[in-house]
Structure formats: structure tokens, C-alpha cells
Design a protein around this ligand. Structure first.
Ligand code: SAM
Ligand code: SF4
Length: 321
């Protein structure tokens, strides 16, 4: 079992399989062009899998594949199949922008994937295009329909932004509700790569928009899930991921691995250790030692909740959010 320095049990690994993305979301990617990590620096699926086995042996039982856009990585279903065959019953999920989902959903389901989260920030084509800096909505919505059709369990993620999509909070909820999908609103986390001046809605502001139409009741946090949950008067349960709240980090159960092999103890901080050489050399003992060290380095809490804290220098497209 993996226990960090603050007594938190860590059982959740998020793997960013690429930092490349086919979108340029305002809240995630830099405004100006930048260079990607050269492809040869990415760990292969076999190398990532070496670490996955170590992590599972140490107590990880929940894995989420993310990015960048994970579906840009060719044959992602092969990687999912490798993990699924190694340990069935693992909670294995994927977070995607949905753009390539229509063509990949069947393969992903066949490989053993059960759950996906799709980011939908707007149901208006022009607003979705403004956020992603590309005309994306039609393909994303088709991808969601396909995922549901093949039997994937789908959740929706939305990042509400002031003056951009904050008038669609209820609409996106109702879109999800109609299809039997849960929605989680994610508070915008300030970072140096996002568009300057961008302002997110906090949990309270998100709730007040929903209260204009529904009465709601608090349900609370469920286990180590980062969302604080609520239920509407007509029985629809939704969550708000609120990293600006003081108690957000108390039950944090996760670590993150990047495509280059950096193991990151917290989404906010720049700190990381590389498992790259260890997995390339097949050195299981070293990889295990690094994993345990990263656990010891896990900070008590992020700094988004602090007044006047600086924006995070961590790139969401590298760490996978
Ligand atoms: N490309 C995939 C996607 O967009 O779903 C997976 C990677 S993305 C980094 C994972 C999640 O992080 C998405 O739901 C996205 O909305 C969220 N995200 C990215 N930047 C964020 C930010 N600055 N604040 C809050 N959420 C953010
Ligand atoms: Fe790409 Fe996801 Fe970041 Fe948007 S949030 S730019 S889709 S990695």
C-alpha cells in the first residue's frame, strides 16, 4: 500500500500518454506556438507498462489515461488492452476531448475500457470553437453518441469561464442528464500557459447559476473522488471539482506520470522525478524506489486556495489535468 507523508493512501495513477493535442483550449495551452517534446523522448507503451506493473504491485488500483489528447497516440487500445489483461478488475478510465472518439470508441471498448470522461465546455459551435481555437463541436458530440452506443460509461467535464460559457452551465448539464451521463464542473485552475486574464467561476458561482432553475441539496465528497457532489430536486447528481477549497487536498489519492516518464506528486507544483532510465533498463527496484520517494515528496496541499498565490507553472497538457 502506498501512503504519503500526510497519511493519505495513494491508489490512483494518471498517465499522460502524450502532451500533444489537436485542440488549443484557452485555459490549457499557450497562446503562442511552441515546440513539442520530440517523439523519441516519449516512453513506448511497453516502457510505460513496465511502470504500470510496478505501480499496481505497490497498491495502485485505479488508472486514468489522459494527455494532451490521448487518442492522438496511435493504437492506444493496445496499451489499454495490455493493462486490462495484466489486471482485470482494475478501475481503468480515459479522459479525452472526444474529437477522435467516433472512430476509436469500438476498439477502446473491445480492449477493456469501461469509462471515459469527455470535455464539453459549450454546446454552441462558435463558443466551442472559440475555446478550443478550432471548429470541434460536431465531431465531439458524434463521438459521445458513439461511445454511449458501444456501451462506454461516459461522464462530462466542463470548465466554466466568465463571459465565455457561463451562460451554458445548465444547458450542458441537461445535455448530459438527457443521456444518463454525470457532469463534473471543474473550477478553472490558474496556470501560466492559459490565456491572460481568463477568469473561471468558483463553485459557489457555478451553483448559483444552477439554482436559477433547480433546487439543489449537498451530497458531499465520495471517498477520494475530487468532486463535491450535489443533487437536484429532480434527482440528478452532479459534481464540482473545487481545488480552490481548503479541504480539497485532504483526501488526495493520486500521482501523475508524463509521457516522458516524469512522476509528479501534485498537479500544482513543478516538482517531479523521472522513472525513464529505470524502466528503460528494466530496473524494477529503482522504479519502485523512485515511486516511494515521490510519495514522500507529495505536498500537503496545492496553493490555488491561497490568497495572492502565483499561477501554477505546471502545464495541464503535460500532466493530464
Ligand atoms: N485532452 C483531454 C481533455 O481535454 O479532456 C485530456 C487532457 S485535459 C488536460 C484533462 C482535463 O483537464 C480536461 O477536462 C480539461 O478541461 C481540464 N483542464 C485543462 N486545463 C485546465 C485548467 N486550467 N483548469 C481546469 N481544468 C483544466
Ligand atoms: Fe487539449 Fe485537453 Fe488541453 Fe484542451 S484541455 S488543449 S483538449 S489537452
Amino acid at each position: 500500500m502506498l501512503i504519503d507523508g500526510y497519511g493519505r493512501k495513494v491508489n490512483y495513477l494518471r498517465i499522460s500518454v502524450t502532451e500533444r493535442c489537436n485542440f488549443r483550449c484557452q485555459y490549457c495551452m499557450p497562446e503562442k506556438p511552441f515546440s513539442w517534446v520530440p517523439r523519441e523522448n516519449l516512453l513506448s507503451f511497453e516502457e510505460l507498462f513496465e511502470f504500470v506493473k510496478v505501480a499496481i504491485d505497490e497498491g495502485i488500483d485505479k488508472i486514468r489515461i489522459t494527455g494532451g489528447e490521448p487518442l492522438l497516440r496511435e493504437d492506444l487500445d493496445r496499451f489499454i488492452g495490455m493493462i486490462n489483461e495484466h489486471k482485470s478488475g482494475l478501475d481503468l478510465a480515459l479522459t479525452t476531448n472526444g474529437y477522435l472518439l467516433e472512430d476509436t470508441a469500438t476498439k477502446l471498448k473491445k480492449a477493456g475500457l469501461k469509462r471515459i470522461n469527455v470535455s464539453i465546455d459549450s454546446l454552441k459551435p462558435e463558443i466551442a470553437a472559440k475555446i478550443a481555437k478550432k471548429d470541434v463541436l460536431g465531431r465531439v458530440l458524434d463521438g459521445v453518441e458513439k461511445a454511449l452506443e458501444v456501451g462506454l460509461f461516459v461522464k462530462v467535464n466542463m470548465v466554466p469561464l466568465k463571459g465565455v460559457n457561463d451562460d451554458e452551465i445548465v444547458d450542458v448539464m441537461e445535455y448530459a442528464k438527457k443521456r444518463g451521463m454525470r457532469i463534473r464542473y471543474i473550477e478553472y485552475m490558474e496556470n501560466i500557459y492559459a490565456k491572460a486574464g481568463l477568469k473561471g467561476l468558483n463553485g459557489k458561482e457555478i451553483l448559483s447559476k444552477i439554482k436559477e432553475k433547480y433546487s439543489i441539496r449537498k451530497v458531499g465528497r465520495e471517498g477520494s473522488n475530487p468532486a463535491f457532489n450535489y443533487i437536484t430536486d429532480d434527482g440528478y447528481k452532479f459534481g464540482i471539482i473545487d481545488p480552490h477549497k481548503h479541504d480539497f487536498c485532504e483526501s488526495c489519492n493520486r500521482i501523475r506520470l508524463t509521457a516522458e516518464g516524469y512522476l509528479i506528486p501534485c498537479l500544482y507544483f513543478d516538482e517531479a522525478m523521472s522513472i525513464r532510465e529505470a524502466v528503460k533498463a528494466g530496473d524494477i527496484a529503482k522504479a519502485t524506489e523512485i515511486l516511494r520517494q515521490v510519495l514522500r515528496n507529495k505536498p500537503e496541499k496545492n496553493r490555488w486556495s491561497e490568497d495572492g498565490a502565483e499561477e501554477s507553472a505546471r502545464a495541464f497538457y503535460e500532466t493530464g489535468g
